[in-house]
Design a protein around this ligand. Sequence first.
Ligand SMILES: NC(=O)c1ccc[n+]([C@@H]2O[C@H](COP(=O)([O-])OP(=O)(O)OC[C@H]3O[C@@H](n4cnc5c(N)ncnc54)[C@H](O)[C@@H]3O)[C@@H](O)[C@H]2O)c1
Length: 438
Amino acid sequence: MLKKLIKTKKAKVGIIGMGYVGLPLALELCRCGFKTIGIDIDKERVDKINSGISFIDDVPEEELAKFVKQKMIRATTDYRILKDVDIIMICVPTPVNVNKEPDLNPIINSSENIAKILRKDHLVILKSTTFPETTEKIVLPILERSGLKVGRDFYLAFCPERIDPGNKKFGIANTPAVVGGITKKCTEITAEFYKKFVNQVVPVSSARTAEMTKLLENTFRNVNIALVNEFAQLCERMGNINIWEVIEAAKTKPFGFMPFYPGPGVGGHCIPVDPYYLSYKAREYDFHTVFIELSARINEEMPYFVVNKTIEELSKSGVCPAKAKVLLLGMAFKKDISDLRDSPAIRVYQIIKDKVAKLEYNDPHVPYFEHNGKRIKSVKLNFQRLKEYDAVVILTDHSAYDYNKILKYSKLIIDTRNAIKKENKKVKKLGCGSNYNF
Ligand SMILES: NC(=O)c1ccc[n+]([C@@H]2O[C@H](COP(=O)([O-])OP(=O)(O)OC[C@H]3O[C@@H](n4cnc5c(N)ncnc54)[C@H](O)[C@@H]3O)[C@@H](O)[C@H]2O)c1
């Protein structure tokens, strides 16, 4: 029955959590002809979706509005609607608490609500990034409280989300999807569904394999970014090697090397958070994931490193840092998006705030953010007035910036992203050192 509904695209899909993962997924499913219903505890988000208003960079508003009008998508805060759908995808957050321990409450809460309406032939897919065995040992027992049996009455699988917000080349359809079910039949039916909207499906032997795959991918990025950040610090200490030139040279090797780039730290909901899910689980097995701890230490140090470099360069330019006027460019955690979650640029703002006389920021994607209960607004980027700042710090290399003009009008630039390609004495690049001879 479910197979037929998938084959004919008549299966209705319910998506729990309409954020950076859930909303683009809903849109992709609509594009492929599946009717979707979004469930979210945030009433404002639900109302926006139903009014065709997009709040996610990668979701074009006209397209969302079109699907709302065609009744292909709608949203609600009421979980009971899930009894009318055939497939349920869980895309809720998986944060860490202040002690960096996983907070599975959104997943548990979603599972409990699903258990109340679970019926024969339902397919449930967990997409939130989490530690291995969450699907099997946390979600499954809750769902089976319904009296239904997995693999016989309903199906359950883990399918990690690989979306890269802002990436224009790879989206949901052309990024292979890894699928791991609780039983073979669960994997099979989930793969059938995914084949309808993703070009390539990669079935694996279990849900825990799929969970571990996602954590390997994100930990790999975290560790490699930390490694290159450490190299950047060393180049800076040595003072006469440019890390960016080193990376360009290293990446000419056609095998065995993959470039990663230094910066003010790591951000977003994934890279700084997910490795803690793995180290938490590892402790259960008396296992210490040393790479993760070490990488966090280096990456979390980077905003301090950037601030120290800025203060040092201000002093060298003859300006007393305590009297300096500084402009930060880019607050989002990466280029061309508006996501501020765990952004290292925000960390830089917080650390440098009391060390300089005046601090402002500009970000074309972030009109404002909250700091100490105050709303801090992005200032207009007036090139003629860039000279009024003693230092301009490039923290996120948005494509919208005119770097030639920034170079022309600024007095001193701290470039943490190698955004300014031209060599110039007033540009102080992260990972180049003060004696680097341009
Ligand atoms: N953002 C990314 O680029 C990305 C990429 C891959 C994987 N992931 C993973 O996907 C998951 C979701 O991330 P996101 O970035 O979409 O988060 P998000 O915060 O953008 O969206 C989550 C949504 O879930 C809602 N929500 C929270 N608790 C809920 C509940 N109990 N019931 C219903 N709705 C609830 C929130 O209101 C929010 O709208 C996380 O596990 C994350 O690690 C994210």
